[in-house]
Design a binder for this molecule. Structure first.
Ligand SMILES: [Zn+2]
Length: 179
């Protein structure tokens, strides 16, 4: 008579960490799925929508291999954190940065922050939020830790932000003069 082998007691194993940010949501794919779901939720709630730019810029600066391949996309997300955290999240400023980078403006991409040094808070913290009010607080805190991780590039980002604002002012005053 065959004796069935004894089963191993099942040990709940932690999901694999994301190689880019360290979130334990099931590797890079699980991390991406969590981010995509949060982006979708931004459209369903004005409170979540208000921190959508911070969500995107924080996530992208923690996954620069995927989202910051070009110097301009890197500049857009890093400068976006400066707009959101240091300039009140003014939507006109975000547009100014996008328009400035859309032009012939040349930017140089700095070295990426090493994996493991991109901020201790990750998308996993935002996923864990049950209500919108808590979510907005967590996303702001998350974005602040990512911004802090890129401390050596703050002056660079502020320079880009101010150049974009100045270029927009010049364009607007030029248009006004022609009228
Ligand atoms: Zn990740």
């Amino acid at each position: 008579m065959n004796v069935p082998p004894q089963r191993q007691p099942s040990v709940p194993s932690e999901p694999a960490p994301c190689p880019a940010c360290g979130a334990r949501l099931g590797g890079r794919a699980g991390c991406q799925a969590a981010f995509d779901a949060l982006c979708a939720a931004s459209w369903a709630s004005p409170a979540r929508g208000a921190v959508h730019n911070l969500l995107v810029d924080a996530y992208c600066m923690q996954h620069p291999e995927d989202y910051c391949r070009s110097a301009k996309s890197y500049a857009a997300h890093l400068t976006g954190l400066s707009c959101g955290l240091e300039a009140g999240g003014d939507s006109r400023l975000y547009w100014a940065v996008a328009r400035w980078l859309d032009g012939s403006q040349e930017v140089t991409k700095p070295a990426l922050a090493a994996t493991g040094a991109r901020g201790a808070v990750t998308v996993a913290s935002a996923v864990a939020c049950a209500d919108d009010a808590h979510y907005t607080v967590v996303v702001r805190a998350w974005a602040a830790t990512v911004w802090e991780a890129y401390r050596e590039q703050h002056d660079l980002a502020r320079g880009w932000r101010m150049a974009a604002a100045a270029a927009t002012r010049d364009a607007n005053s030029g248009a006004g003069a022609r009228r």
